[in-house]
Design a protein around this ligand. Structure first.
Ligand code: ATP
Ligand code: MG
Length: 567
């Protein structure tokens, strides 16, 4: 990506406030290089919000010749973590970033963190509390009133050391005791009111197994891990702003080998979706979607399966920028980034999603012509493709109207249109079944318009439509998606966010008629169905039936796809 001229870099002057700070630190000699980290908790798949943080942290490493660590924040022993650890690495690589040899786990530092807890106890700065979680919460006070000291706060260093060692040795049940930092129960910042730093949990840990039954709290682990890895700038989202004084307190009171600086930025929010991993997990577990990689999910794996290019996600993250303002971005911005990339890269094909048969009565019964068509008008190197033309074709049902209103210029009785790279055809007759439904259109073509060229008499038509030769069509399944939630802010209502789920977010078209070349598109590749949108080949295909996911409409056809769905 270093060849991407729009990428953030010190040289193009395109800077956010974090890069300003970094450049000042480099200029003043405070740091000779940058070390950042991306610290996911392996309790779910990554989503588009994480992409913002990934692009920032890895982007800084690229822009300043520094490095970015991938550190799993696994201080919380929960189930199924291996699957998440794998998927997170796959997603970051797919986004185009690399941590080199710098893969770490917070659990790698459990021994060191334990020693530092002992250090605090020895300094009289931590104590074992026998109170229940509830008692601790009740005595914490609030923004108006100070908290109350724990009755166990003045235990001797010797007693604290002994009890903490017993905690580690598994002498107590989960939740029976905790280790707290001894700071100030009247501090205006609640995070400094003797925060819990170690808790007992007898669950199995995905990496350390049953080696530990005490685990450091996030706040006691994060800054220290940063210091151990010589992170220079520890970038996190705004909800950690109030934790920064505690982050600094630990660094001030422990013999850490380096001094990282925490800087907060606002998280990415998108309308029409939810972003918390807990809620995404609920969507998966309750089968509201087919899995973490369901193309309607805001997960990286879902967007990938939907056909969103990594480049578009990076561009989107760059466009929204890095600030401290809380805001919600329009999903349309992300969709536009996708269109911009796919317009340049996607090969064009014709596909008919709602077919109606057209018979060209003056075209020889067994003649087939290979029509030349442009593969991608945006990419001259892509060259030409051949599309078979024959007497019987399919066109979209909504490209024909028997009784057209004034502004409808496509096919109707007596009207002529251009078939893309085919011929001009005129509709002579409409065939209906007993129920009065149109089953077939009888048309004639003008042989002088081969390739869709204007005829010598200068006659013009007002519309060009797409088509697929009936005899050559590959049948495929096409999945058209609408937003997963009908509400712009699914979390705003009184009820559950699940109430905002759009019941019609997936429409499956079982027998779409596809240009033959579409049978050979490898899974993961995106193409344009001319006049309809961008579609991505799905791995979930059978031997002879491709499956395509609608990635995004061509801007002006979204309304049409929706209208078809509702009718
Ligand atoms: P969630 O609320 O979805 O569970 P999280 O913050 O708990 O998210 P982590 O795995 O802890 O998830 O996040 C890893 C990193 O990604 C953190 O540095 C976090 O600040 C960042 N991050 C998470 N969500 C967003 C977001 N919506 N926008 C920007 N950064 C985010
Ligand atoms: Mg988290």
């Amino acid at each position: 990506m270093s060849d991407d001229p729009t990428a953030y870099s010190p040289s193009n002057g395109h800077k956010d406030f974090i890069r300003e700070i970094i450049e000042a630190d480099l200029a003043s000699g405070k740091h000779s290089g940058t070390v950042t980290r991306f610290p996911p908790e392996p309790n779910g798949y990554l989503h588009i919000g994480h992409a913002k943080s990934i692009c920032l942290n890895f982007g800084i490493a690229q822009g300043y010749g520094g490095r970015c660590h991938l550190r799993f924040d696994d201080t919380n022993p929960v189930k199924e973590e291996e699957e998440y650890v794998e998927s997170i690495q796959e997603d970051i690589r797919w986004l185009g970033f690399d941590w080199g040899g710098h893969l770490y786990f917070a659990s790698d530092y459990f021994d060191q963190l334990y020693e530092w807890a002992i250090h605090l106890i020895e300094q009289g700065k931590a104590f074992v509390d026998d109170q229940t979680a509830e008692e601790i919460r009740e005595t914490r006070g609030d923004l108006q009133s100070p908290g109350a000291n724990s009755p166990f706060r003045d235990r001797s260093v010797a007693d604290n050391l002994d009890l903490f060692q017993q905690m580690k040795a598994g002498k107590f049940a989960s939740g029976e005791r905790v280790l707290r930092a001894k700071i100030d129960m009247t501090h205006p910042n609640l995070n400094l009111r003797d925060p819990v730093i170690y808790r007992i949990d007898h669950s199995e840990h995905h990496r350390t197994g049953d080696q530990w039954c005490i685990y450091p709290i996030y706040d006691f682990a994060h800054g220290q891990c940063d210091a151990l890895e010589h992170i220079t700038h520890s970038l996190c989202t705004l909800e950690f702003e109030n934790h920064r004084p505690l982050y600094d307190w630990f660094l001030d009171n422990l013999p850490v080998p380096s001094r990282p600086r925490q800087i907060e930025f606002s998280r990415l929010n998108l309308n029409y979706t939810v972003m918390s991993k807990r809620k995404l997990l609920q969507l998966v577990e309750e089968n509201h979607v087919s899995g973490w990689d369901d193309p309607r999910m805001p997960t990286i794996s879902g967007l990938r399966r939907r056909g969103y290019p990594a480049e578009a996600i990076r561009h989107f993250c760059q466009t929204i920028g890095i600030t401290k303002f809380k805001s919600t971005n329009d999903i349309g911005l992300l969709e536009n980034a996708v269109r911009n990339v796919l317009n340049k890269t996607a090969l064009r094909f014709m596909a008919v999603l709602d077919p109606i048969r057209v018979v060209i009565t003056n075209y020889p019964e067994d003649q087939v012509e290979e029509m030349e068509a442009i593969r991608n008008p945006e990419d001259p190197d892509a060259g030409m493709r051949l599309v078979p033309f024959s007497r019987e074709l399919y066109i979209e049902r909504n490209d024909f109207m028997e009784d057209p209103p004034k502004k409808f210029f496509r096919l109707s009785p007596g009207r002529e249109v251009r078939l893309r790279c085919g011929y001009f055809i005129r509709c002579d007759e409409v065939i209906k079944n007993e129920a009065g439904e149109i089953t077939e259109l009888r048309c004639t073509h003008d042989p002088e318009t081969r390739g869709g060229e204007n005829p010598p008499d200068g006659r013009k038509v007002k519309a060009t439509i797409h088509w697929v030769s009936a005899r050559h069509a590959v049948e495929g399944e096409v999945r058209v998606y609408d937003r997963l939630f009908s509400d712009e802010n699914p979390e705003s209502g009184d009820g559950s966010f699940l109430d905002a789920i759009n019941p019609d977010s997936l429409q499956v078209i079982a027998n779409a008629k596809l240009e033959p070349g579409l049978g050979k598109i490898p899974p993961g590749e995106c193409v344009q169905f001319e006049r309809l949108g961008y579609f991505c080949a799905d791995p979930d295909r059978s031997e002879d039936q491709p499956v395509f996911n609608c990635t995004v409409s061509l801007r002006d056809h979204w309304a049409k796809l929706q209208a078809r769905k509702k009718s």
